[in-house]
Design a protein around this ligand. Structure first.
Ligand SMILES: O=C(O)CCC(=O)C(=O)O
Ligand SMILES: [Fe+2]
Length: 327
């Protein structure tokens, strides 16, 4: 089926729609176009509204342009959409998600040089989804995918969270255009240039070999830096040239999408460095869609993107994130 045909099917009136958009809803009659509808779940600190109709309509024309292929360096395989989400729609989506999602500022301990060190994650994070071993039933309970029975108690120490409709809509569109499947949605919010993510690769075994990761940018432009993992020189030879190359720098703007695929994660590192001065004031949202194939994916993502700390929510009056407490 062509992408155009798949998209037409996806956007046909909800009564004829085959794709289940919102299995986690408290209100099974709710559809993605019903204003006032909410995604609720026992693990959510508060309900998340569905996408407003005008954003759904705006998303009907994605991708806004053709992708540029970036594969001119060893093991690098990227598709770069500049932009993927049309102008104007990206701003609406940014405001909606920043205003409606719950976030965390995760702290965790690591052992460094024999000492326990506390790490403060330098950005706001949140995560939704569950690995391929489990799924949510219509009541929002987590069930084993093979037996269709409740999952064994020891599978997850953090209860997984279903993807709310507002992000699941984008996930489904992204599946259509990238030809890959995704069961996790990670969201980062960089409040300003002081927030960052250091060099890393998303090469964990729980994503399987050669994972496809679709990464969306909304809001302020930030540099996405990429460098090849260091190559060990052969005995008696000088360091390979690749080790000395300057990092690749993609200035990710609002609405852009980078699809990282193939050998990219196994051979390349990426980061969003801190930024000072001009252009460092604005907030930026990053959304990644990924596919976790082992229970440890759920455990790891929940631990490092939700954790055990306080909930943060955007305060539109003060224009800042504030700690949220149940009333
Ligand atoms: O913010 C970004 O563009 C990158 C985020 C990232 O690399 C991650 O969450 O693993
Ligand atoms: Fe990453």
């Amino acid at each position: 089926m062509s992408n155009k045909r798949k998209l037409d099917l996806f956007f046909q009136p909800t009564s004829q729609k085959k794709i289940r958009v919102n299995p986690e809803e408290g209100d099974p009659g709710a559809t993605s176009t019903t204003s006032g509808a909410l995604s609720t779940h026992s693990t959510f600190p508060f309900p998340v509204p569905h996408l407003p109709d005008d954003i759904i309509e705006g998303l009907a024309s994605v991708p806004a342009c053709d992708a540029k292929e970036i594969n001119d360096q060893p093991e690098l395989d990227l598709l770069y959409f500049q932009p993927y989400i049309p102008k104007g729609v990206e701003r609406q989506l940014f405001d909606f998600l920043r205003g409606e999602l719950f976030f965390y500022r995760v702290k965790y301990q690591i052992k460094r040089g024999g000492f326990e060190t506390e790490i403060n994650t330098p950005r706001y994070t949140t995560v939704f989804g569950v690995d391929t071993s489990s799924d949510f039933n219509d009541d929002g309970d987590i069930i084993d995918n093979q037996s269709n029975k409740p999952v064994p108690k020891d599978r997850y120490t953090y209860a997984p969270r279903p993807i709310p409709q507002c992000l699941d809509h984008l996930r489904q569109l992204t599946e259509i255009f990238t030809g890959a499947e995704y069961n996790f949605c990670l969201v980062n919010y960089y409040a300003n240039g002081a927030d960052s993510i250091s060099y890393h690769s998303d090469d964990e075994r729980f994503l399987g070999p050669d994972p496809s990761i679709a990464s969306f940018s909304l809001g302020a432009t930030r540099d996405f830096c990429m460098k090849h993992k260091p190559i060990t020189p052969k005995a008696g030879e000088s360091p390979p040239e690749q080790n000395l190359k300057a990092p690749l720098k993609l200035p990710l703007a609002s609405g852009d999408m980078v699809l990282m695929r193939g050998k990219t994660q196994s051979h390349w590192l990426h980061s969003i460095p801190k930024r000072k001065g001009k252009g460092s004031e604005g907030g930026r949202i990053n959304i990644t869609f990924r596919k976790g194939v082992k229970p440890y994916a759920t455990q790891n993502y929940m631990q490092y993107n939700v954790g055990d700390g306080n909930v943060w929510k955007w305060d539109a009056k003060r224009s800042e994130m504030r700690e949220w407490k149940p009333q």
